[in-house]
Design a protein around this ligand. Structure first.
Ligand code: ADE
Ligand code: ZN
Length: 318
């Protein structure tokens, strides 16, 4: 099996429908019927509706133990598919929405990573993310919490959420706080918005990687810049097709970006929402993009090179 490495998965979006139902029962919560479809999967219709259902499902993650369970289950599933390294994005804003402190959410995630590592050998790291549509003040607050609670497994900072709200420039102060503390950064851009959104993120934020970034393909100069600056793209093809960014695999620009010299990695984003997993992303890259095992191993090496882990860990994973 080709070893796999993942840089882009939202922890709250990694909880399976079964786990979400179990956590809801643990807290005697009733989720709206329309959270699930007739097969018990998450039900959503477009990107903004997806973000709403995601918030509802995330509201069952309420204690450190819940965060531990989500993290442990996700990493063990990844390990079973041959993943050796996974970065999970955590969202202190989702924790705060259910009354959890930053420290409590972190404690649970760390426990999940450590238990999964001792049972399977998988390495996990945490990218703490702010949520763009919640605004720059929340971004600054999350950044301050990251710096106030340093932890060896928190190795990066990022931003998700609705790319069509606010501007990356609004979040420069938040990113500067974590960047000044020495943490590397990534941000979603070029997913639901086009090339200008990628350019704005590159201009405004100290990012070494981009979440998605794929709509940079709309501007050849920008693609060249991404290649020249060796920005690592956290590409999530299954997610892009599920949310309608591209119609199908033939329309997806992964190969074109790679041929233009961009650094491409494969990622699942929010696996149960998009009917995917890190294993399935690698499988589909093989069958639908025609990447052979050597090409897939190079994708994994690109992910390890771009990982926000310490150099010794990266060397061991290579
Ligand atoms: N939060 C969770 N999943 C996301 C995605 N695909 N894009 C932006 N924000 C997200
Ligand atoms: Zn994402």
């Amino acid at each position: 099996m080709v070893p796999k490495a993942e840089l882009h998965c939202h922890l709250e979006g990694a909880a399976s429908p079964d786990l979400v139902r179990r956590l809801a029962a643990r807290h005697s919560m009733a989720l709206p019927d329309e959270t699930f479809d007739e097969n018990g999967n998450f039900a959503w219709s477009d990107f903004l509706h997806f973000l709403k259902v995601y918030d509802i499902a995330s509201s069952v993650i309420r204690t450190p133990e819940d965060y531990r369970d989500v993290t442990y289950q996700y990493l063990m599933d990844c390990a079973a598919e041959g993943a050796i390294y996974v970065e999970v994005m955590s969202s202190p804003d989702h924790a705060a929405a259910v009354g959890m402190s930053y420290a409590d959410h972190l404690e649970g995630i760390v426990a999940g990573i450590e238990e999964a590592r001792s049972e399977s050998g998988i390495e996990g790291r945490i990218i703490v993310t702010c949520v763009r549509h919640l605004g720059p003040e929340r971004g600054v607050e999350v950044a301050r919490q990251v710096v106030a609670h340093p932890h060896e497994l928190v190795t990066g900072f990022g931003m998700g959420g609705d790319e069509n709200t606010y501007s990356p420039h609004d979040f420069t102060p938040a990113f500067e706080i974590v960047h000044a503390a020495g943490l590397p950064c990534t941000a979603h851009a070029g997913e639901v918005a086009g090339a200008q959104s990628v350019r704005d993120a590159l201009d405004a934020l100290p990012v070494q990687r981009l979440g998605h970034g794929v709509r940079a393909i709309e501007d050849p100069d920008l693609v060249r810049e991404l290649a020249d600056r060796e920005i690592v793209l956290e590409v999530c093809p299954g997610s892009n097709i599920a949310t309608g960014v591209f119609e199908n695999y033939s329309a997806h620009p992964l190969l074109a970006l790679q041929e233009a010299g961009c650094r491409i990695t494969l990622n699942s984003d929010d696996p149960p929402y998009f009917d995917t997993s890190i294993g399935r992303e690698y499988d589909r890259a093989s069958t639908l993009f025609g990447l052979d095992d050597d090409a897939l191993r190079r994708v994994t090496l690109t992910a390890i090179d771009g990982a926000f882990a310490d150099p010794e860990t990266k060397e061991k994973l290579r």
